[in-house]
Design a protein around this ligand. Sequence first.
Ligand SMILES: *[C@@H]1O[C@H](CO)[C@@H](O)[C@H](O)[C@H]1NC(C)=O
Ligand SMILES: *[C@@H]1O[C@H](CO)[C@@H](O)[C@H](O)[C@H]1NC(C)=O
Ligand SMILES: *[C@@H]1O[C@H](CO)[C@@H](O)[C@H](O)[C@H]1NC(C)=O
Ligand SMILES: *[C@@H]1O[C@H](CO)[C@@H](O)[C@H](O)[C@H]1NC(C)=O
Ligand SMILES: *[C@@H]1O[C@H](CO)[C@@H](O)[C@H](O)[C@H]1NC(C)=O
Ligand SMILES: *[C@@H]1O[C@H](CO)[C@@H](O)[C@H](O)[C@H]1NC(C)=O
Ligand SMILES: *[C@@H]1O[C@H](CO)[C@@H](O)[C@H](O)[C@H]1NC(C)=O
Ligand SMILES: *[C@@H]1O[C@H](CO)[C@@H](O)[C@H](O)[C@H]1NC(C)=O
Ligand SMILES: *[C@@H]1O[C@H](CO)[C@@H](O)[C@H](O)[C@H]1NC(C)=O
Ligand SMILES: *[C@@H]1O[C@H](CO)[C@@H](O)[C@H](O)[C@H]1NC(C)=O
Ligand SMILES: *[C@@H]1O[C@H](CO)[C@@H](O)[C@H](O)[C@H]1NC(C)=O
Ligand SMILES: *[C@@H]1O[C@H](CO)[C@@H](O)[C@H](O)[C@H]1NC(C)=O
Length: 467
Amino acid sequence: MKQAGGRNESTSQTASNVWHPTMGTPRNIPLAPLLVTLLALGLFTPVTPFTLADLQVDNLSSQTVLNISYRSSGDTRLSGPIPTELGGLTNLTTLVLTQHNLSGGIPPELGNLTGLQYLDISNNSLSGTIPPQLGRLTSLTHFQLSVNRLFGSIPAELGNLVNVTYFELSYNGLSGPIPGALGNLTRLVDWEMHDNNLTGPLPPEIGNMASLTIMALQTNQINGSLPPDIGKLTNLESLSLYQNQLSGPLPAELGNMTSLKSITLWNNSLSGPIPYEIGGLPNLQQVFMENNTFSGDIPASIGNLTRLLFLGVSNNSLSGSIPPSLGNLSSASYLGLGGNKLTGFIPPELGNLPAMQSLDFSNNNLTGPIPQELANVTSLSRLFLNGNQLSGSPPPRLASLPSLVSLDLRNNSLSGVISPEFAARFGPENVLPGNPFLSVGTAPGPLAPPPLIPAPQPAVSAPPPAF
Ligand SMILES: *[C@@H]1O[C@H](CO)[C@@H](O)[C@H](O)[C@H]1NC(C)=O
Ligand SMILES: *[C@@H]1O[C@H](CO)[C@@H](O)[C@H](O)[C@H]1NC(C)=O
Ligand SMILES: *[C@@H]1O[C@H](CO)[C@@H](O)[C@H](O)[C@H]1NC(C)=O
Ligand SMILES: *[C@@H]1O[C@H](CO)[C@@H](O)[C@H](O)[C@H]1NC(C)=O
Ligand SMILES: *[C@@H]1O[C@H](CO)[C@@H](O)[C@H](O)[C@H]1NC(C)=O
Ligand SMILES: *[C@@H]1O[C@H](CO)[C@@H](O)[C@H](O)[C@H]1NC(C)=O
Ligand SMILES: *[C@@H]1O[C@H](CO)[C@@H](O)[C@H](O)[C@H]1NC(C)=O
Ligand SMILES: *[C@@H]1O[C@H](CO)[C@@H](O)[C@H](O)[C@H]1NC(C)=O
Ligand SMILES: *[C@@H]1O[C@H](CO)[C@@H](O)[C@H](O)[C@H]1NC(C)=O
Ligand SMILES: *[C@@H]1O[C@H](CO)[C@@H](O)[C@H](O)[C@H]1NC(C)=O
Ligand SMILES: *[C@@H]1O[C@H](CO)[C@@H](O)[C@H](O)[C@H]1NC(C)=O
Ligand SMILES: *[C@@H]1O[C@H](CO)[C@@H](O)[C@H](O)[C@H]1NC(C)=O
């Protein structure tokens, strides 16, 4: 069963409908109700394989709209090849044959439909290569061949479709490089070629696609580095390039893309620093850059992103300490910094995050105490601090956080005594292992209520047992 719903995948690219690897795959987004059939041609009795005679329409050649979508309730799926005679219906402005079982190649004759403005033959079983003749369809505004079995490379002639605003080739087996000529598509708004086998670099000409709002090229084998020209895409809201083979540094010109809401670059081989300029993108809502080899500090400027919801930079080589400015991320609900080389203390400022749900600082080299202030984050549901060198006692008030369901403190240098209630709530197996000086018991001294005024961490820690 092949993947359906390429169009829906595209909506998932907008930042209002956010997702993340840790939240399940974007392809789980359900298909919208199937398009219903527009019987533009009167009575239509589909048979298989599909021929134009099946349309039973007089004056077929004068028709301007042919919109035959499979309807789940009762319609027959058209199968067999697209009739080449369709290329003779030269008055067509709309051709929609979607959600069927059409097979065979795309007839080059379709390139004769030079008045065509809307072409959607997606969600079929079409195979073969894309005919370069389709580049003659210069009136097209909508071009959609997604969810088929097309292979071969993308013809440079498609760069002639200068009026196209929607261009989708996703979920095929297309290979070879992205033609630089696509940079001529200066009116293109939504560009989707994800889930193919495209190779080669992103051509610098893409910087000419001045109207672009959505760039969805994820899950290909695109390599090379991001061209600085990408910074010219000042209308781009969603930059989606995850699961490719991109390498090299991110260009500082990223900071010119002030419309960006979503940057998803996980599972590439990108390296170098995260540009400081990222903090100048006022609309940014989600940044997912996991599984690369980014290095250097986490830019303090990220703290300026007051609309940011998700920041995921786990599994890179980031170093330095966590910037206290991250405590200004007033909208953020996810901060994933795990699997890096971060050092220093956890900033107490992070206790100011009013919307935070999930903090992952695991597997770094963080030192010092777990700040008492973290227990102020009442929305917190997951806190992963395992695999660091944190010391002192876990703040007892963590056990009072109403939403905290998952706490991992293993493999640190924590010490002292946690209450039986604390251990029971989070599971001793998630707290004690790898912290040889930490135990469960009744803490010495006054138990509750915990001090409201922050005391220096060592003062509230029980002394480690002497060896
Ligand atoms: C095709 O028909 C369907 C069902 O009536 C309609 O929703 C869709 O907008 C039509 N597409 C075009 C391009 O006219
Ligand atoms: C196509 O449309 C034009 C203008 O409406 C009309 O004159 C012509 O007869 C049509 N062609 C066919 C084959 O019907
Ligand atoms: C799809 O078409 C193939 C032949 O092209 C046929 O064998 C198959 O039964 C068709 N499937 C459906 C669901 O119509
Ligand atoms: C239509 O397209 C085909 C293939 O591209 C071509 O051979 C043929 O001459 C064209 N027919 C007309 C009437 O233009
Ligand atoms: C593109 O669209 C414009 C305005 O919508 C129109 O004037 C122009 O002829 C179109 N270009 C082509 C090649 O169809
Ligand atoms: C991409 O290529 C690989 C190997 O060449 C192949 O196994 C895989 O099925 C291809 N993917 C698609 C979507 O065609
Ligand atoms: C289209 O792009 C190619 C390659 O980038 C370029 O050489 C050509 O001049 C462009 N054509 C137009 C009409 O802009
Ligand atoms: C784009 O970014 C670069 C590097 O940050 C900068 O030098 C340049 O002035 C910017 N260009 C525009 C048009 O803002
Ligand atoms: C990151 O890479 C590792 C190793 O290749 C892989 O197991 C993991 O699933 C990747 N993470 C994501 C979010 O894809
Ligand atoms: C962004 O944050 C940095 C460091 O936190 C600060 O120095 C800078 O002035 C801020 N820039 C803007 C445009 O707010
Ligand atoms: C953490 O720091 C120690 C000593 O400072 C060092 O030996 C170790 O390699 C570091 N671990 C990581 C994951 O960077
Ligand atoms: C945050 O936590 C600290 C230390 O636990 C405490 O003194 C402070 O009052 C708290 N602030 C708020 C706003 O709850």
